[in-house]
Every structure is written in structure tokens, then in C-alpha cells.
Design a protein around this ligand. Sequence first.
Ligand SMILES: NC(=O)CC[C@H](N)C(=O)O
Length: 194
Amino acid sequence: MRVGVLALQGAVAEHIRSIENAGAEGIAVKHAEQLDELDGLIIPGGESTTIGKLMRKYDFLDAIRSFSNQGKPVFGTCAGLIVMAKEIENGEEAHLGLMDIKVSRNAFGRQRESFETDLDIRGLEEPVRAVFIRAPLITAVGNNVEVLSTYNNEIVTAREGHLLVSSFHPELTDDYSLHAYFLEMIKTNQAALK
Ligand SMILES: NC(=O)CC[C@H](N)C(=O)O
């Protein structure tokens, strides 16, 4: 199984390490043509405005939309979540607009700019160590979106079919369970496509 990590800006090497520890091949994706060789794609955290600009510049927008339209799994973490959302609060224009969620950027405020916690995630047996850094929140979800975890009653992990998002950074710890969950989504997807 080959999983790409969009390598325009942000936490790329850390995601590749987590994918490999979860048991698949991790590939840094710098050109849209590389998507053809992948079974799944991770869009990392970083700065969503920057990632959005670079996706436009390097022709990733339509390429990633078509990757997703083929039913191939996409996982966005933190800024990656923001660029996958159909709606961004404060009137910012959506980037990929893949997932039926509304997000609020930097939603934890200055006092809680970054923190760690253990989160229960639906579908995972053990709580996951979650690192939040200037994290976004999901403030509304469409009918087909399943909420997988909340923190203080706010949505921080969600799934819509082959799309997965987390507000936090699962790649900054030695806990690979959310990456393993994503690999399972890819396997299920491959079985369904056969
Ligand atoms: N850790 C992150 O990815 C932060 C996201 C960043 N605050 C943004 O709005 O894009």
C-alpha cells in the first residue's frame, strides 16, 4: 500500500514516519502526477493559507479532487482539515471543498494555542495521544459525516466515507493508531473497488 503525504509545506516527514510505522509505504508528494501511483493521501498540518496557495500554484486542486472522486481515501490533519472543508468561517474561500464540514480556524484562542491530551476516538480501542497546535474546530457537519471524537464537546475528528479529518496532529507522537485506522480505510476501499 502506498500512501502519499502532500509535501508543499508542513509536517511531512513526521507523517511519513507514522505511515511506515503503521505498516505502509509513505511517499512525499511534490507533483500532481504522483497521485496516480497512490492508494491514499494525507494532507498535513502547517498553515492552511500557504498550503492552499501552493496547491493552486502547483495544480493540485483539481488533481486531488479527482483523486477523491475516484473514492480514494484522503486524510487531513489540522491545516489539512481546513483545506478539505467545504466551508471556512469568517468568509474565507474554501480550498479543496471536499468534505461536508464547516471549520473555525485557530479556534482554541491564545491561552490554549498548543496542548496535548488523550482522546477517545470511535473505532479505536485505546485513547489516542493528541497534540493540538493552533488547531481548528469543526463547527458543523453534514448528514453523512460521522463524528469520531470531541474535546470539550467540540468536534475534533470526523469521517465522511473515504474522507478523514482531525484537528490535532496524530503524527507528532509514537501513537500510530489513527494512521493504522486510515490504512484500514484504504484496505476496505480497495476491496470495494475490486
Ligand atoms: N497546526 C496547524 O496545522 C495549524 C493550522 C493553522 N492555524 C491554520 O489556520 O492553517
